[in-house]
Design a protein around this ligand. Sequence first.
Ligand SMILES: [Mg+2]
Length: 296
Amino acid sequence: MNERVADRDYKYYIFDWDDNILHMPTRIHLEKRQPDGSWRPHAVSTSVFSVIRGETDRYRPPQGRWELAFAEFQDEPDPRGNRFLADTEQALRRVLDGHEAPGPSFATFRRTLVEGRLFAIVTARGHASATLRQGVQRFIDLVLTPSERAAMMANLRGYRAVFDNVTGFGTDAEELDRYLSLNRYHAVTSPDFQTRLLQDGGRPVPAEVRKQVAIRDFLEHIIRVLQRTPAGKRWNPISVGFSDDDPANVQAVENYIRAELSRLFPDVKFVLYDTSDPALERGRKITVAGQLDLGL
Ligand SMILES: [Mg+2]
């Protein structure tokens, strides 16, 4: 058990999934205009889609229906079982075999897990929260070495001892399950998330605002968890990192932090990582609020 976790700063992360943690084999099914004016099926990766999505005169969804273009991003029945889990496993194996570069935040995500820190996955995908969580479980099972896994378990028990005053622990599987339950898994176009938004007033919500709702939920969740700190103990500095390979998302989140979150959570330092440039190993770092640079 590692009780030194109590002396650490409180550093948490929000991760986009596609092209940030992993380059997934999931495809978007479009149609492309041919030189003769006809349209032919044309499947693209998420990274290609981020470049061409504005070219509406050359690319269109099948039958004009975006839900058909993004069918692989849902929990639909699939010959390989769950599509997200199959794609995650394939992407992880390609990284581990050296056939594909990991996403720019892969190493940070790995470290976050080993350190046992709280995190959120926030993605535009349409899966159930439970599906994303299973994807994280696959990441742990396939990527972490035995010594990293042992370090993670020691850290998790340390947090439990310090924050929850726990002296008797469950099995590794039970403690890991407990940790994974403490994290947040938001696929913001999913039926799960739609239900959450409906509880929030029921108005139709554009994509950028959906990510904002997910981020705010994570901040409120962190504060709730931290309120379990034993009385009389001071909180260490809190910082929250957000990484996404879509510059438009990063910009929208930056605006949201400046307009709302920095006021709602004045003691929290926010750090954004724009991971769109493959030449920058962990992305372009933008500190939005908080006076201290703790070298995060
Ligand atoms: Mg992405």
